[in-house]
Design a protein around this ligand. Structure first.
Ligand SMILES: [Fe+2]
Ligand SMILES: [Fe+2]
Length: 260
């Protein structure tokens, strides 16, 4: 079930809870930024594409969208991408060369409807300027989040996600323990390379987000987190490299699950 809620007066969150058996729920979020040139950030999961479009229509007419910001090309982000492009000839996709390349292996993007934005570059979309940012943790080389100067929100892609037992609309409603443990577990599942990073180098990456001072962090896999929570989010992620590496269930565990 894909629901919506408002993170700010101009930003709607389209969200569904996706169960990961034995580990909890991961929210899968897309975002609608309203303004003179409305932006859809990601397009839901492939397996949920049937429910994504009605949820999107409940917050905006998809033909009013001017842009899709594709944070990356994973299956939980591209679900309704081509349907949206087919239904709205003015719609363009902001992504990277890597994003175009990965998409070309399954569902190529029409190149005349692509706008490439590399980390550090800015793009003006109507009444706001978006600055592309490579988040400190990611699971796909095309990953590009962004900072929106109008709302002062950082859209962090998979970074700062969490596995949770229940998904509120506000990350502040999570207990300290649930947020920290959920974030660390997600980081070890989604970015296992974090265990190999040099701590000082990773701390400098996290400092980049600290200096940004976002009023809110909108992760693809966490409820909306207002600015007062940034230090907590950064603290959990800083602990991830030294956390226990995630090892998935083995074949014996799978056979046990199948017996139930
Ligand atoms: Fe991802
Ligand atoms: Fe994701």
């Amino acid at each position: 079930m894909t629901n919506s809620y408002k993170a700010t007066p101009e930003i709607d969150v389209l969200t569904s809870d996706f169960p990961i058996p034995g580990y909890g729920l991961v929210p899968i979020n897309a975002f609608v930024i309203k303004g003179s040139e409305p932006v859809l950030v990601d397009t839901g999961a492939v397996v949920q594409s049937g429910e994504f479009m009605p949820a999107l229509r409940s917050v905006i007419d998809p033909t009013d969208l001017k842009w899709i910001w594709l944070t990356h090309t994973d299956f939980d982000h591209i679900g309704s991408l081509h349907q949206l492009l087919a239904g709205n000839p003015q719609l363009r996709v902001m992504t990277t060369f890597r994003g175009v390349g990965i998409m070309s292996l399954s569902a190529p993007l029409p190149l005349d409807r692509v706008h490439l934005v590399n980390p550090g570059e800015k793009i003006k979309v109507g009444d706001r300027t978006l600055t592309a940012v490579k988040p400190p943790a990611f699971d796909n080389p095309s990953t590009t989040g962004f900072y929106d100067d109008k709302s002062e929100v950082f859209f962090s892609a998979d970074c700062f996600g969490a596995l949770l037992t229940a998904v509120p609309q506000n990350a502040a409603d999570l207990s300290e323990k649930d947020l920290r443990e959920g974030q660390i577990l997600w980081a070890t599942v989604d970015s296992p390379w974090l265990h190999m990073v040099e701590t000082g180098a990773f701390a400098r990456e996290l400092d980049g987000i600290r200096r940004m001072k976002p009023k809110m962090i909108l992760s693809s896999h966490l409820p909306a987190a207002a600015g007062g929570m940034t230090e907590r989010l950064l603290g959990s992620l800083a602990a991830a490299p030294a956390a226990e590496p995630f090892v998935g269930p083995n074949q014996a565990a799978l056979q046990q699950m199948l017996k139930r």
